[in-house]
Design a protein around this ligand. Structure first.
Ligand SMILES: [Zn+2]
Length: 317
């Protein structure tokens, strides 16, 4: 199985990455977090790193983080866009703006398209990972009720956007995320049609998963915008994995049935051999093409470079 390694620490962490050690451990790809605010000023540094990694034989994938915060759930990730374009942010069911751009707002789509196209021009990556594209949902409060969402809903369903999260609204949100992914893929394909497009839906294990708009794996895998779907496996406790196995298997089958690749992303610290075995078994039993381990910096801090290299080599064998 291919082993990917995530680098999530931003530009500053790139100086600490030992590409030679990664290659020698049998890792075949790097997935690199690209923070909106950093990439505004430091894209060349990132480009130089990607070039070096590619020359060493590693595939590289960019994960845009920030970028209106539509793509990642972590509110700590700064996004200058969110502050400069507040009028394009999602509006929740209580009428408040959320710090997350609306995928149906044409002004956001235009900015996103241009930013991602620039990123694709600058970085010689093999593809992009769209991390947890989702609508806001929290304790029954949901979005989006902005003027564009209301207008689109009316156009599709010939009625006003309901105040409650009805099955039609849930379906409308899923279609909106699917359309957004098509726009994202079009942005990178405007630069190079060989660039791969991978979507990582919010974790299946989370209780609010079905309210994110990215919960229908069959719809995602069906999309021409998606070459691979990445399963975000949170928690590596054996009984936890066991309890989620039926859900994981259904999702993996939906992807396989559509001829798309499945990647499994694990956030475990891989502290012991048993953990390594569990991650590998999970990915293998789901028929995954790639196991992505997150992340480089924390693994080195935990084990030191040499031991980490041995752990990864064990996975990559
Ligand atoms: Zn909206």
């Amino acid at each position: 199985m291919d082993i990917g390694l995530a680098i999530t620490g931003g530009i500053e962490s790139l100086d600490e990455v030992n590409i030679e050690a990664i290659v020698s451990s049998g890792v075949s790809s790097l997935l690199i977090g690209c923070y909106e605010d950093e990439l505004r000023w430091e894209a060349e540094r990132m480009a130089a790193f990607v070039l070096e990694a590619r020359r060493s034989g590693l595939e590289c994938y960019a994960i845009p983080w920030g970028y209106g915060r539509l793509l990642d759930p972590d509110p700590r990730i700064p996004s200058l866009y969110v502050h400069t374009w507040p009028q394009t942010l999602q509006i929740d069911s209580r009428g408040r703006r959320c710090p997350k751009a609306c995928p149906n707002d044409p002004r956001f789509l235009e900015w996103f398209n241009s930013s991602i196209r620039t990123l694709a021009w600058l970085l010689e990556v093999n593809g992009f990972v769209w991390d947890e594209p989702s609508f806001h949902y929290s304790r029954g409060t949901w979005s989006c009720r902005c003027e564009y969402c209301q207008r689109l809903f009316r156009g599709s369903y010939d009625k006003e956007l309901p105040k409650r999260l009805t099955p039609e609204v849930l379906e409308f949100r899923r279609q909106s995320i699917a359309m957004f992914l098509l726009a994202a893929r079009a942005a990178i394909h405007a630069v190079d049609r060989r660039l791969r497009s991978i979507v990582m839906p919010p974790p299946l294990a989370s209780s609010s998963f079905r309210y994110t708009g990215a919960d229908d794996w069959a719809l995602l895998a069906d999309s021409a915008a998606v070459d691979a779907v990445s399963l975000l496996a949170v928690g590596d406790d054996e009984s936890f994995i066991h309890s989620k196995m039926a859900t994981y298997t259904d999702a993996a089958s939906a992807v396989a049935a559509r001829g798309k690749q499945l990647w499994v992303w694990v956030t475990s610290d891989l502290e012991d051999t048993a953990s390594v075995v569990r991650q590998e078994q999970l990915a293998t039993s789901l028929g995954a093409e790639r196991l992505v381990v997150a992340d480089y910096i924390s693994l080195v801090e935990l084990h030191g470079l040499e031991r980490m290299t041995r752990i990864l080599a064990k996975l990559a064998r």
